[in-house]
Write a protein of this length. Sequence first.
Length: 119
Amino acid sequence: MIRPVLFASILAAYATATAQTPAPAAAPSAGDAAKGREMTRMCEGCHGIEGWRTAFPEVYRVPRLGGQHEAYLVSALQQYRAGDRSHPTMRAIAGSLSDADIANLAAYYAAGTVRTASK
């Protein structure tokens, strides 16, 4: 059941992606956590499920985003967007994000108030 929803959300994110030239890293303090929270639907399908494992492109445990350092999240998303990191799903999703989107998502996840799905 989760697979079709995840695939649909990934496909939607990819379909809305626009070609962007990577820009220098945004200052971590520039993000708006409230705006970032509004954008988490594309992240929750994998990162919002405690202990989630994925099988594409290989089997691995999906990392939690809540509580990560803001600068790390900004850097990682910019690297996915630039193609410097190889995960195809993350590259497609990050490709659809502007610098402001990345800063906002990083501010939200770094705030440490993220809740995961529960049974």
